[in-house]
Design a protein around this ligand. Structure first.
Ligand code: DGL
Length: 268
């Protein structure tokens, strides 16, 4: 396989751009093909079957576009569709989720004893973080809280304002999150409100930025596979299943260069 091939990344909407942007900054020579399934946003309130179905179709699209690796830049799809995608792709190309690299990294230190997790309803219902931490170290306590308003709120451009401040404070005041030493932002939309979350905790706990951890992991995997690109890459490509102006403006927020956004009706 050629190292000049692109990295495929997908999410329900703009959330995965936090991961794409972290990869772009760490690996500026890589070409990215991003798919935002805006037609089905939010994934967080869909059934696991629907999420698997959407994810398989998008993975096929990225494979057809000759990606050398696929990154599921969405916790909800990582929770429910990762195994199906591993099975579907077989040994054609590797696939990376956004959950395992974060858990592995946190387990490398013994500083986390009571971990909070916030994410979509679907991710939290899957209980995937608690199960994986328990399997690795039964002494670690995990308290998870579904925060379903956050992804649609961010998708609509509501962050760093009074509305987002009220919603975030109300969720984070939940007794479930009392006494935590760290908080995993288990939805790729949430790095966009990290500053507000930090303000709530006044820097007293570690807010785990999954986007950067996943970017480091992508670099590690590509290095091991001798698939890091050394040439100047062609322009990134961004696809959405339904055109929204907020997607376009958010993409410009992350990728300052001129972006090429294509409406690709994968579901027709
Ligand atoms: N950004 C996604 C996640 O990481 C999904 C948000 C949504 O579509 O509900 O879970």
């Amino acid at each position: 396989m050629s190292s000049t091939l692109p990295i495929g990344i997908f999410d329900s909407g703009i959330g995965g751009l936090t991961v794409a942007s972290a990869i772009h900054h760490l690996l500026p020579k890589e070409q990215l093909i991003y798919f935002g399934d805006t037609a089905h946003l939010p994934y967080g309130d869909k059934s696991p079957e629907a999420i698997k179905y959407y994810s398989l179709k998008i993975a096929k699209f990225l494979l057809d576009n000759k990606c050398k690796v696929i990154v599921i830049a969405c916790n909800t799809a990582s929770s429910h569709a990762f195994h199906e995608l591993v099975h579907f792709l077989g040994d054609q190309i590797p696939i990376i989720n956004v959950i395992d690299p974060v858990i592995d990294k946190m387990l490398k230190t013994d500083r986390y004893k009571k971990i909070g997790v916030i994410g979509t309803k679907s991710t939290i219902t899957s209980d995937i973080y608690a199960k994986k931490f328990k399997e690795a170290n039964p002494e670690i306590q995990v308290s998870s809280l579904a925060t379903p308003l956050l992804a649609p709120m961010i998708e609509e451009g509501f962050f760093n304002n009074t509305i987002s401040h009220t919603v975030i404070n109300s969720y984070l005041s939940s007794p479930k999150l009392k006494g935590i030493d760290s908080l995993i932002l288990a939805c790729t939309h949430y790095p966009l409100i990290k500053k507000e979350i930090n303000e709530f905790y006044k820097g007293k706990i570690d807010i785990i930025n999954t986007a950067e951890i996943v970017a480091d992991y992508v670099k590690e995997r590509l290095t091991k596979l001798s698939l890091l690109n050394n040439d100047k890459p062609p322009q990134h490509q961004f696809y959405v299943s339904d055109y929204t102006s907020s997607f376009e403006s958010s993409t410009r927020l992350f990728f300052d260069e001129k972006i090429h956004l294509t409406h690709y009706p994968i579901w027709d």
